[in-house]
Structure formats: C-alpha cells, structure tokens
Design a protein around this ligand. Structure first.
Ligand SMILES: CC(C)(COP(=O)(O)OP(=O)(O)OC[C@H]1O[C@@H](n2cnc3c(N)ncnc32)[C@H](O)[C@@H]1OP(=O)(O)O)[C@@H](O)C(=O)NCCC(=O)NCCS
Length: 170
C-alpha cells in the first residue's frame, strides 16, 4: 500500500467490484484505442466475471477517499516468460499529472520485484501519445517494432520494457 496526498493505492478485492467495473468501463470509453478490450463487450460481462477479474487480476486501485480514481494490473505475457507485464493502466482525468499514475506503476513494479523478476514490460498503442510519453518518462524503452493490434489492425502496439534493478524511477 502507498499514498500520495489523500490518494491511497492498495490491491483490489472482490468487495471493490462495483467501483472496479465503473472505472474500467470509464477507461474503455475514455481512451478506447489504448486497450485490447472494448466498452461494448466489457459492459455485457456479468458481475461474476468482474468479481473474478477483480480477485485474480493482480489489480491495484488508487482511492481518493471512497472514490476509485486509478487502476493498474500485473500479469504474465507468454512470449516474455522471464518478465511480468503491466496491464489495464488508467487514471481518471482529474488525477492526471499528479503522480498517481507513477505510484500505480510502482506498485506493479514492487509486485514484480517480489517475484524476483526484474523485467517489467507493457504494450502501448503508438497513437496514445500521452501514455507513450508517460512510460518513456518512467524509463521504459521500446523493444522491437510496433505490431498491429489484434482487435483493430489499424492500431499498432509498441512493446516497451524496463529492467527494475537499474530503474530508480519506479
Ligand atoms: C497514461 C496515463 C496513465 C498517464 O498518467 P498521467 O498522470 O497522465 O501521466 P503524467 O502526467 O505523469 O505523464 C504524462 C506525460 O505525457 C506528457 N503529455 C501530456 N499530454 C501529452 C500529449 N497529448 N502528447 C504527448 N505527451 C503528453 C506530459 O507532459 C508528461 O510528460 P513529462 O512527465 O515528461 O512531463 C493517463 O494519462 C491515462 O490514464 N490515460 C488514459 C488511458 C491510457 O492511455 N492508458 C494507457 C494504457 S497502455
């Protein structure tokens, strides 16, 4: 758990499911090109599926009081078995530029370090320029060429990675 001002970051639990769903659906509406899932398919998911995702997805939520304002998750990505992957990154527009996003990445980095894994990777859509700048600023560097996104091949995903032993920004 970490905090910045009034914002506290902690793991997501099954009991957070309503806020978790709302925030995730907001993310998918707010920046649809950033994600492999769509608002349309996700909004049809039953509550049980959201609970499962909240419980097992290694999600972290940022709370300002009772209000969930940011999220990120850590997981695996099979082509990089010796790394862990950052997924589902989103911060409510009111909290951008505050450092909450960095703190969320820090939690996923700490989770990764806790597994004795020292590479953290992610995919970012090349046209989502604020996210690309954000990740660069945290020391992530591009790895290989950008590849078409499966769901929409007009979009391209750039893999970025960082070595956590030499990264003191997260
Ligand atoms: C991506 C996201 C989590 C980053 O959090 P944030 O609080 O906005 O990030 P920061 O403000 O700390 O950093 C953003 C950087 O982009 C820069 N920036 C801002 N607007 C920009 C734009 N339109 N184009 C390019 N860079 C931009 C900022 O100056 C800052 O760079 P700096 O640190 O060198 O000054 C947040 O913007 C977000 O949730 N976006 C919508 C969802 C999304 O894109 N998720 C990414 C999924 S891979």
């Amino acid at each position: 758990m970490s905090s910045r001002g009034d914002v506290v970051i902690r793991p997501c639990y099954a009991t957070d499911v309503e806020q978790f769903r709302e925030l995730r659906l907001l993310a998918l509406r707010d920046e649809p090109d950033a994600y492999g899932s769509t608002y349309e398919e996700s909004s049809r998911r039953p509550t049980t599926a959201w609970i499962e995702m909240a419980k097992t997805g290694n999600y972290f939520l940022a709370f300002d009081g009772d209000r969930a304002v940011g999220m990120a998750s850590g997981g695996e990505f099979s082509p990089y078995p010796h790394a862990r992957w950052l997924y589902g990154m989103f911060v409510h527009a009111d909290y951008r530029g505050t450092g909450v996003a960095r703190d969320l990445v820090h939690e996923v980095a700490e989770w990764t370090r806790g597994l004795s894994v020292m590479t953290l990777g992610l995919h970012v859509t090349t046209t989502v320029s604020r996210a690309v700048a954000f990740y660069r600023g945290l020391g992530f560097v591009p790895s290989g060429p950008a590849e078409p996104m499966q769901r929409d091949p007009t979009l391209h995903l750039q893999t970025m990675t960082t070595h956590l032993l030499s990264n003191d920004r997260i």
